[in-house]
Design a protein around this ligand. Structure first.
Ligand code: HEM
Length: 350
């Protein structure tokens, strides 16, 4: 029975197991045995979890100001396992953003963005921005007080950007202020436009990695090893599978121990005493509070632009200083600033 079934498929799809493993079996450099070099696989894995749990939530979520909050409440309190999938989706978002940031730090500190990988770094920055935007639009869907006021504050910040800011605000809110089309707009951005954009950029990101290969590194303890590579299949595949399993357990544990809750329903007439974005915008928010309006948003945009073209600035710095490690020192200052501003925003009320 099984033989005839495989025979039936073989006749129509004449691809053997060996051919598949030959196709995927790229030799992987030895340094990828170290987990921090494989951090790129983690956001990819979590993104799949987000799509699966997001589809389940979409069966019950109703994107309009009148129904959004009540539908999320129903998912959390009444739908079978709704609380679990909502909590996994929420924790998955947190872990995915953390994993993207850690992956970017790994790429940065090992200078893996240098020639010929400059374009992939720039695609990476777009991936980071896209991931953050998916997070932002997601939190706006619940239609609780912080969803409403967070979106209003973000739109007002956008309005401060000279020339294009007003357009950005109107595009975000689907009008000059929050209205009945705002939640549907966030929903279509969150569940369709941005994920599709992310997938398209990921295809290019991974294709470039396949074409260019990953950057070669050699550690002291690997100098004497006879082979410089190991097999993608099954060795590296198994490592990734174990990482996936550990993440699944971690996500389930977090979802069960600290499940997603709900704040008070959005009330356009009552500004909350404290408006805080999600943790991944703490540093940006603190920066915007530290400096005055227009300067704050322009300097923020400038920092993102510097990050975007960093491989070229790094090449220039190396040329004029003759040193190979300038990026490490700048990176350390950057990480301290990021952690410092995030902690600052987390511990103070205003
Ligand atoms: C959704 C987000 C992302 C995913 C799923 C992803 C995925 C990956 C994967 C699987 C690799 C192979 C090596 C590794 O695992 O480290 C990789 C490498 C790379 N990524 Fe990403 N990435 C993402 C975001 C980023 C960001 C934000 C940046 C930087 C701004 C970036 C820049 C790079 C570069 C330059 C490489 C080549 C590294 C090397 O040659 O060693 N990626 N990425």
């Amino acid at each position: 029975m099984f033989q005839s079934l495989t025979g039936w498929f073989q006749e129509r799809l004449p691809v053997s197991g060996e051919q598949i493993s030959e196709l995927t079996n790229e030799p992987v450099p030895n340094h990828l045995r170290r987990w921090w070099f494989c951090l790129g696989g983690t956001p990819a894995y979590l993104f799949v979890v987000q799509i699966a749990t997001g589809i389940l939530l979409a069966f019950y979520y109703q994107p309009s100001p009148e129904t959004a909050y009540e539908s999320v409440r129903r998912i959390t309190e009444e739908v079978n396992y709704g609380w679990y999938f909502r909590s996994v989706h929420k924790w998955g978002a947190t872990l995915m953003i953390a994993a993207v940031i850690l992956h970017q730090m790994r790429v940065y500190f090992t200078a893996a963005y240098r020639k010929p990988r400059e374009i992939n770094w720039m695609i990476g920055i777009c991936l980071l921005l896209c991931t953050l935007l998916i997070g932002f639009t997601g939190y706006s869907l619940v239609f609780e007080q912080l969803s409403y006021w967070g979106a209003t504050v973000a739109a007002n910040i956008s309005d401060m950007i000279p020339v294009v800011g007003g357009l950005g605000k109107r595009m975000l809110l689907a009008g000059d202020s929050y209205n009945e089309n705002t939640v549907p707009r966030f929903y279509i951005l969150h569940a369709a436009v941005l994920p599709v954009l992310l997938i398209l950029m990921l295809i290019v990101h991974i294709a470039l990695i396949r074409i260019q290969g990953v950057t070669d590194f050699e550690f002291e303890d690997e100098k004497d090893s006879e082979t410089k590579t190991f097999n993608f299949f099954p060795d590296h595949m198994l490592t990734e599978l174990i990482v996936g399993l550990v993440l699944m357990v971690l996500l389930s544990a977090l979802a069960t121990v600290v499940p997603a809750t709900m704040g008070p329903r959005a009330n356009p007439l009552m500004t909350p005493e404290v408006i805080k974005p999600e943790w991944f915008f703490y540093a940006t928010f603190r920066w915007l509070k530290l400096f005055s309006g227009v300067f704050a948003v322009i300097s923020m945009g400038f920092i993102v632009f510097i990050m975007f073209i960093w491989p070229f600035i790094d090449a220039w710095l190396r040329r004029i200083t003759g040193r190979e490690d300038v990026h490490v020192w700048i990176g350390i200052v950057g990480v301290f600033a990021l952690v410092g501003l995030t902690t600052w925003e987390a511990v103070v009320a205003h």
